[in-house]
Design a protein around this ligand. Sequence first.
Ligand SMILES: *Cc1c(COP(=O)(O)O)cnc(C)c1O
Length: 402
Amino acid sequence: MRSQITHLECGMTGEKLTMGTLHNLSPKGYPIVVRYDLEAAKKAVTKDALKDRPQDMWRFRELLPVRESHNIVTLGEMWTPLVPLPTLAKRLGGGEILVKDEGRLPTGSFKTRGLAMAVSMAKELGVKKIAMPTNGNAGAALAAYATRAGIESIVLCPDDTPVVNMAETELQGARLYRVNGLINDCGKIVGTGKAEGGWFDFSTLKEPYRIEGKKTMGLELAEQLGWDVPDVILYPTGGGTGLIGMWKAFNELEAMGWLKRKPRMVAVQATGCMPIVKAYESNARHAELFQNARTVAAGIRVPVAIGDFLILDAVRDSGGFAIAVDDDAIEKARVEVGKTEGLLLCPEGAATYAGYVKALGDGRIRKDERVMLFNCATGLKYPMPEPTTRLNKDAPIDYARL
Ligand SMILES: *Cc1c(COP(=O)(O)O)cnc(C)c1O
């Protein structure tokens, strides 16, 4: 069980970069991707051998960057279940709907996958202090894993970040600052403070390993489906790490001969913050800054994504598309899935359901296609409507009507 990593390269130009040293962006200013010897990986492990390993995000070590096992920083990152939505699938008249429920992970969101991997690599490379801008869940995951690793963490978030995210971040040992701006404003502070504060910049895609952590979603779901994939994956896209990571997983598995087909990748955004959708629709390779970004789905309120071209490439290469849904549709989807199937989604997860309903309606997803939605965080982290129906124990009760 050994990493088959060979080198790093610029995600835009392919320029080779040395591993074993710290990197943020490539010399040309783009995100860096990790490459492996896939032939060697194929020889080093079989599908059967994998079955004997723990069902967690570290099991496919050949395709992960961590070299020394003792550098793995863990809080128990188990496999997450694929929960079907049979009643809604029937009601919609479409194909099977599976929800990969990432809310079960430590820190309650899939940010755990990315940050567990990135912090493990930071530990392996001797980092002592990490800073990060966040909309909430990433900061919480960084706090937890950095503290676990004995690394200092500084987290900057927009002032209106959900209180639960800010509180969990502090309680898990980070120094948290609320900034009067959006995530890109927080990012600027981290960027300029890097030199003076001696921080390592952990902004989305500004270090090479978060993608590798998120990649495990793709490896995992393929194995869960018996080395197959759904026809379509709908992913709530902010910085896009997960979409990029999963697409990378499918390409690596295909190169190893472990996958015969790949899914269509659909980027779901909110109409109040849809830079990727706009770029997709105008056939652009890069997205423009989305002005006045606002949506209830805080995790996808990312007005500018440095990996925009990687998201758009994955969406286009896979034959997928990008779609936006409004906040009303997101809230309605959350209620509908919860009340019908008993599965409480986060707003971003609800956005993927709303996106599915919309795409099924306009024919971009066919009725015979099996889809996978991503519930990226536990619904319990987000505000819920306060129940208002009361019962007076001292008055006569109409039991038949309760
Ligand atoms: C971060 C986040 C997203 C977006 O994920 P990316 O991979 O960065 O695009 C979606 N939903 C939630 C709840 C998140 O925390």
